[in-house]
Write a protein that binds this ligand. Structure first.
Ligand code: CP3
Length: 348
């Protein structure tokens, strides 16, 4: 007899099926806002931590245990595949990814090669298998993820975090054919990273194009769409839901959906009702609470959660989340309260 499939409100919502409760999880639910995270991680850098499958399992499960969220997200980073092929890629605490040798021209493309998951990131595959084992009794699904080609390219070209991504955009404008080769290579890497995670057991994937909001619609369509589409369409045959997310991407929602997303991750700049109009076809939605609300707990914050729930559950296929990652200074009890409110809400 086939093993019964555990019901999952999160996976049902991704497929736009009506659910009895609205599923909820938080981007960056593992991490510095949790005291148990700080003590488990100790002094190891994040890139060291992700190479320890037992530690990754513990860090991934911590928020699931504490908050009773409806999905786990693998503890990893978008820079992991790039760090596996270039020892000059670091993540500096409080700052973000830093690249020793920036990509500034054609000769730098040679430093990027195809990702060989079994050799380059065996610890990610091992961690996913361990986590799936631990999650099996609860049926809570595991989300895998990758950085989208544009967001990865931005770190490689800027050499670190950037406010305006000007150097990246100037590169793309002035060297369109080198840009195309770079972003296509990054699409292959992101695709291999996601495929490996799904084959190891990830039951949904999220493509983080965190910084795509720096682009106009025309720029996104001309310079980025094809590469992101290659990643999302490349995992379609594996049959897991694909979430596509960016910050400040209100103007890009339609092409981001058309790149091959089953779920659109929405920040807080646009209302969920507007997103539905802009995308123009039924699609599952995730997100929308400004993470800053979590620093203002109380009745007004709760009213905002309820407002978003009302708007989100107007049609089936809504997953509650923040509009970006949990801020490190967030009090975990605030997130616990949000989960309680979301689960108490009747979406019908
Ligand atoms: O719980 C989860 O969400 C899973 C873990 C996760 C991390 N990074 C761990 C991490 C996820 C999903 C990411 C994705 C990621 N990494 C993105 C896309 C999501 C987004 O926030 O837009 C981006 C842009 C990165 C690159 C990156 N890595 C940044 C900007 C930073 C922050 C630097 C800082 O210290 O503020 C990191 C480091 C990082 N990745 C941390 C964690 C928990 C914090 C650093 C630490 O704990 O030492």
């Amino acid at each position: 007899m086939a093993k019964p499939v555990e019901p999952s409100a999160f996976l049902d919502a991704c497929a736009m099926r009506q659910t009895a409760t609205v599923p909820v999880w938080f981007m960056r639910q593992a991490g510095r806002s949790l005291p148990e995270y700080r003590s488990a991680r100790g002094d190891a850098s994040i890139l060291e931590a992700v190479r320890d499958p037992a530690l990754v399992t513990e860090l991934t499960l911590q928020p699931v245990t504490r908050y009773s969220v409806d999905a786990a997200i693998l503890f990893s980073d978008i820079m992991v595949p790039l760090a596996a092929m270039d020892s000059g890629v670091q993540i500096v605490a409080g700052r973000g990814p830093v690249i020793e040798q920036r990509v500034s021209g054609e000769s730098d493309l040679g430093r990027l090669r195809d990702l060989e998951p079994e050799e380059d990131i065996p610890y990610v595959i091992d961690a996913i298998r361990l986590i799936r084992n631990e999650l099996a009794p609860s049926g809570i699904p595991l989300i895998g993820f990758a950085g989208a080609p544009f967001t990865l390219a931005s770190y490689l070209i800027e050499g670190g975090p950037s406010r305006d991504h000007a150097r990246t955009k100037a590169f793309m404008f002035s060297e369109p054919s080198i840009w195309e080769r770079l972003i296509d290579k990054l699409a292959d890497i992101a695709l291999a990273f996601l495929r490996a995670q799904i084959l190891a057991g990830a039951q949904a994937v999220q493509l983080f194009d965190s910084w795509a909001g720096a682009l106009s619609t025309e720029q996104y369509e001309r310079y980025v769409f094809k590469a992101s589409s290659k990643v999302l369409r490349g995992v379609a045959e594996l049959g897991v839901p694909r979430i596509h997310f960016g910050v400040g991407t209100g103007e890009l929602l339609e092409p981001m959906a058309n790149a091959g997303a089953d779920v659109i991750g929405v920040d807080w700049h646009v209302s969920l009702a507007d997103v539905r109009k802009r995308v123009g076809r039924p699609i599952a939605l995730q997100g929308n609470l400004d993470p800053s609300w979590c620093l203002a707990p109380g009745k007004q914050m709760e009213a905002e959660v309820l407002r978003i729930l009302r708007e989100g559950s107007a049609t089936p296929g809504y997953i509650f989340n923040l509009g970006h990652g949990v801020l490190p200074e967030t009090d975990p009890s605030t997130l616990a309260r949000i989960v309680e409110l979301v689960h108490a809400w009747n979406p019908r």
